[in-house]
Design a protein around this ligand. Structure first.
Ligand code: AP5
Ligand code: MG
Ligand code: ZN
Length: 215
């Protein structure tokens, strides 16, 4: 199964991706996590990306297209993959289409998470992250042990771009640059929209029901 998780910042893409990885045994490709790992390791890519990320701006398309092209050709994508946070612009979607034709792995479904802005701000401002990519929420999804990741035991922290200003900018950037992709994928008939406001496990059940159509 080749899946795109699509939606605004804080919609729950990363949270659901982790559940899908366990369920379908296919990898999550989260461009935000890849970029943050590069920032942490101080790579050239990370240094170039950090200033955009901290402001809530998109990192330039050519950087992302390069990352995705390399990642999708790795062996673990053989049986499918979950794209989380990519594509975010029309040029990124066009480039993805070309890569997927080349490697003969078309997208089966784009899952479009719908969550109103006020919920997004509340979710992002209470989010705690782990370097392994797991994401928690102080109220809605706390870890079992305070301050520690359930999945890997590392310390959890607040993301550098989860500040009030950056969040507002990320929502604006989403509306201007990313939302047009809803029509882009709807026209091809592979877009499915789901209510992202329900409980995390209810959202996951809805996703599994949608994906069973494509299995
Ligand atoms: P990225 O890391 O992709 O961030 P984002 O899109 O802004 O999305 P988030 O990770 O904030 O939200 P999410 O949908 O994963 O929500 P989560 O599951 O964590 O990108 C970061 C930056 O990197 C970008 O700003 C950009 O600079 C750069 N970048 C990345 N990809 C790029 C690209 N393709 N092109 C250019 N630049 C790129 O959930 C959020 C919170 O809500 C958590 O606390 C969670 O516990 C809680 N929650 C989740 N589901 C529920 C629920 N159902 N009910 C209640 N709470 C919930
Ligand atoms: Mg995420
Ligand atoms: Zn972890």
């Amino acid at each position: 199964m080749n899946i795109i998780l699509f939606g605004p910042p804080g919609a729950g893409k990363g949270t659901q991706a982790k559940k899908l990885v366990d369920f379908y045994k296919i990898p999550q490709i989260a461009t935000g996590d890849i970029l943050r790992a590069n920032v942490r390791e101080g790579t050239e890519l990370g240094l170039a990306a950090k200033s955009y990320m901290d402001k809530g701006e998109l990192v330039p398309d050519e950087v992302l297209i390069g990352i995705i092209k390399n990642r999708l050709t790795e062996a673990d994508c053989e049986n499918g993959f979950i794209l989380d946070g990519y594509p975010r612009t029309i040029p990124q979607a066009d480039a993805l289409g070309e890569i997927l034709v080349e490697i003969e792995k078309p997208i089966d479904v784009v899952l479009n998470f719908e969550v109103p802005d006020k919920d997004l701000v509340e979710r992002i401002s209470g989010r705690l992250m782990c370097k392994c990519g797991a994401s928690y929420h102080k109220t809605f999804n706390p870890p079992e042990k305070d301050g520690t990741c359930d999945a890997c035991g590392a310390e959890i922290y607040q993301r550098a771009d989860d500040t009030a200003e950056a969040v507002q900018n990320r929502l604006d950037v989403y509306k201007k640059q990313t939302q047009p992709l809803i029509d882009y994928y709807d026209e091809t008939g592979i877009l499915r929209t789901l209510d992202g406001t329900t409980d995390i496990n209810v959202v996951f059940e809805e996703i599994k029901a949608i994906l069973s159509e494509f299995a």
